[in-house]
Write a protein that binds this ligand. Structure first.
Ligand code: ADP
Ligand code: ZN
Length: 217
């Protein structure tokens, strides 16, 4: 499947994407993971992105479009892809549309995962992430803690609170989402591609997506 996953920070885009990859071999493409990997590796891209990310601001569109133009042409995208955290602005969505048209790729739909704000806030403040840039496993201190406190189950690296997951940065990220990213819902509605799911469990989101794709296939 070829999907865009929309939703506020903490809506569960990453979790849903990871679950969907297991269904049909589609790959998850998370611009946030790519950027954090670049910051951890100290690459030029990482250096340019870091300050924006720590402040909870969006990284400039040109940097993101450069990453995605390359990423979408890699071989593993042929089996389908789940765009997690991209596009994030109207210009990104417009450029993605042109890019896909040129590559002859057609998306199935844009899924808006619509989760209430109090649930989002609770999830973000309790979220912890593996500090290993090539792992980035996600935990939750309440609902899904690592087996050994502070240590990643998968790779043994320290599990930490992301720098952009302090309370101040979180509220700034939510404002940024409302101002810059929420308008994409209207964009994809006009394109006739929007599906909204208002489930709070990731399992229920997956079911709704499967049902919809089954119905249109
Ligand atoms: P979340 O969805 O939890 O906010 P992400 O992991 O998707 O977090 O992104 C983390 C940060 O990376 C964002 O706050 C932003 O600074 C940057 N980022 C990720 N994707 C994009 C994008 N498509 N456009 C601009 N900035 C992005
Ligand atoms: Zn790990």
């Amino acid at each position: 499947m070829k999907l865009i996953l929309l939703g506020a920070p903490g809506a569960g885009k990453g979790t849903v994407a990871k679950m969907l990859t297991k269904l049909d071999g589609s790959v998850q493409i998370s611009t946030g993971d790519i950027l954090r990997g670049a910051v951890a590796a100290g690459t030029e891209l990482g250096k340019q992105a870091q300050a924006y990310m720590n402040a909870g601001d969006l990284v400039p569109d040109e940097l993101i479009m450069g990453i995605m133009a390359k990423r979408l042409q890699e071989d593993d995208c042929k089996n389908g892809f789940l765009l997690d955290g991209f596009p994030r602005t109207i210009p990104q969505a417009e450029q993605l549309k042109d890019m896909l048209a040129k590559l002859g790729i057609e998306l199935d739909m844009a899924v808006n995962i619509d989760v209430p704000r109090d649930v989002i806030l609770d999830r973000l403040t309790t979220r912890r992430t593996c500090s290993n840039g090539s792992c980035q496993a996600i935990y939750n201190v309440k609902s899904n803690p690592p087996k050994q406190e502070g240590i990643c189950d998968k790779c043994g690296s320290p599990v930490v609170q992301r720098e952009d997951e302090t309370e101040a940065a979180i509220s700034h990220r939510l404002e940024t989402y409302n101002a810059k990213t929420a308008p994409l819902i209207g964009f994809y509605e006009k394109e006739g591609m929007l599906m909204t799911v208002d489930a709070t469990s990731s399992e229920a989101v997956i079911e709704a997506i499967q049902e919809k794709l089954g119905a249109t296939a």
